[in-house]
Design a protein around this ligand. Structure first.
Ligand SMILES: Cc1ncc(COP(=O)(O)O)c(C=O)c1O
Length: 447
């Protein structure tokens, strides 16, 4: 029988994630500091005296100030929106045509739909780019597509499956001052240093690497491009006099012009506390060293167990906190379930198992992971396992030396691929040694 979903919280949740939790690219369990801020702000909302409301607004402002320090921006260049998706929709609604926005085809869909939806409603056309081998975007790819109609590139700072970090500074240099670099930073911000100075616009929710939970995302719109973004979703909270006799009233200065309404204050308090926590512990540089070191150990153990690592040719500084692998000869779903049974929590995306540790991941996680892989191998060797499919493939690690030279593009909204774009993109670079038939993404699309 399934455990009940509703009901009082399990006291175990107060103890934090399992030691084998390696799934921060899906959800980063709240840090203690973020959880405390969320609880305290919720208590204020539970009373809602005028002074409490003032304090809630102040928490929202403080979160903006903290984000400004993290992103080396001015506070008025930042506002809080409900989610990464909402932030990207806000930007898509603000960016007018004519022109073309470039979107790498393998982008997480949250960074595809806003552009498609607004393309027929005054926004720029959309051109989907096929990636160069294992990298979701490269300076060469951008250079090849930089036709005069291009007004913007939107890209994930870190690819949600390979962990590849976009070379933001190099991309911005190619784009130049007049074309926008729009960055979905949720898979990198809080995990590793990012070249955020290069981003004209940046969006990041708090529920992954910042470990702040849902409900608030940072939206950075730098002054240098503010005039090119007219408040498309900006509502009553984004104007100077919401109760003016005549509308529209003038917009607020800076990113606040794009606010549809007030933020979720407890979520804002949590994301602010999470950013303070990150900065207090040495910032992204310190987090990146620890996360990359744990990830390297995990990938090393996977290699030793015969796994292929997706985009194994990436240098450490080209990868965020994410790495994915598959075990030739084993059904991905069985590997995923065996890991989970051993207390190792990961995400399976089609044939790949994704690992994403954080600074809080204990050394024991690496041991648990290695032991789970060994035990899978033992089950296979003794012939009583159910994990083997087809003939085992070679146990080499992929080296990312893709021969794919595809540069085909598709223009306008009518050319959306019907195949899962990520699967399609990587199919070029990594032909599977066996063809799993049971591979389906988790029913809850949160990664
Ligand atoms: C790269 C990327 N962008 C956006 C999202 C969606 O974020 P949100 O749920 O905050 O809209 C995800 C994952 O869930 C993601 O991996």
């Amino acid at each position: 029988m399934n455990a009940p979903i509703a009901g009082p919280p399990d006291p175990a949740s107060a103890r934090g994630p399992l030691p084998g939790y390696l799934d921060h690219a899906r959800i980063g369990p709240l840090s203690r500091r973020a959880a405390a801020a969320l609880t305290a702000a919720t208590a204020l909302a539970g009373r809602a005296d005028p002074a409490d409301l003032d304090r809630l607004f102040a928490l929202g402002d403080a979160a903006r100030d903290s984000a400004a320090r993290l992103l080396d921006a001015r506070p008025h260049e930042i506002t809080l929106v409900p989610s990464t998706s909402n932030g990207l929709f806000t930007v898509a609604a603000a960016l007018h045509g004519p022109g073309t926005v470039l979107v790498p085809r393998g982008e997480f869909p949250a960074n595809v739909y806003p552009w498609l939806r607004f393309a027929g409603r005054g926004g720029p056309d959309v051109r989907l780019l096929d990636p160069d081998g294992p990298r979701h975007i490269s300076p060469d790819l951008l250079r090849r597509h930089l036709s005069p109609d291009v007004t913007a590139l939107t890209v994930s700072a870190a690819d949600s499956l390979t962990g590849h970090l976009a070379p933001l500074a190099a991309l911005k240099e190619i784009l130049g001052p007049d074309r926008l670099l729009i960055v979905d930073a949720i898979q990198g911000l809080g995990a590793v240093p990012l070249e955020t100075d290069a981003a004209d616009v940046l969006v990041s929710g708090g529920q992954k690497w910042l470990r702040a939970g849902w409900g608030a995302a940072l939206l950075l719109i730098r002054d240098r491009c503010g005039e090119r973004l007219a408040p498309g979703l900006g509502g009553w909270a984004g104007v100077t006099d919401p109760f003016a006799v005549r509308h529209p009233a003038p917009s607020l200065p800076g990113a606040a012009a794009h606010l549809a309404t007030n933020p979720d204050f407890p979520a804002a308090a949590a994301i602010g506390a999470a950013v303070d926590d990150l900065l207090g512990q040495g910032g992204p540089a310190a987090a990146g060293i620890r996360i990359r070191s744990t990830l390297a150990e995990l990938l090393d153990r996977a290699r030793r167990a015969g796994a292929e690592i997706l985009s194994d040719g990436l240098a450490p500084r080209e990868r965020a906190g994410i790495g994915s692998f598959r075990l030739p000869g084993h059904a991905p779903d069985s590997v995923h379930r065996a890991l989970e049974a051993a207390g190792v929590i990961t995400t399976r995306r089609d044939e790949w198992i994704r690992l994403s540790p954080h600074t809080s991941t204990p050394a024991a996680a690496v041991d648990l992971f290695a032991e789970a892989l060994r035990s899978l191998a033992r089950r296979t060797t003794h012939g009583n396992g159910d994990t083997r499919v087809g003939t085992p493939g070679p146990t080499r690690a992929t080296t990312s030396t893709s021969t794919s030279t595809s540069t085909s593009t598709s223009t306008s909204t009518s050319t959306e691929s019907s195949t899962h774009p990520k699967t399609q993109a990587h199919a070029h670079a990594h032909a599977p040694t066996d063809t799993p038939t049971d591979a389906q993404e988790s029913p809850c699309p949160t990664s």
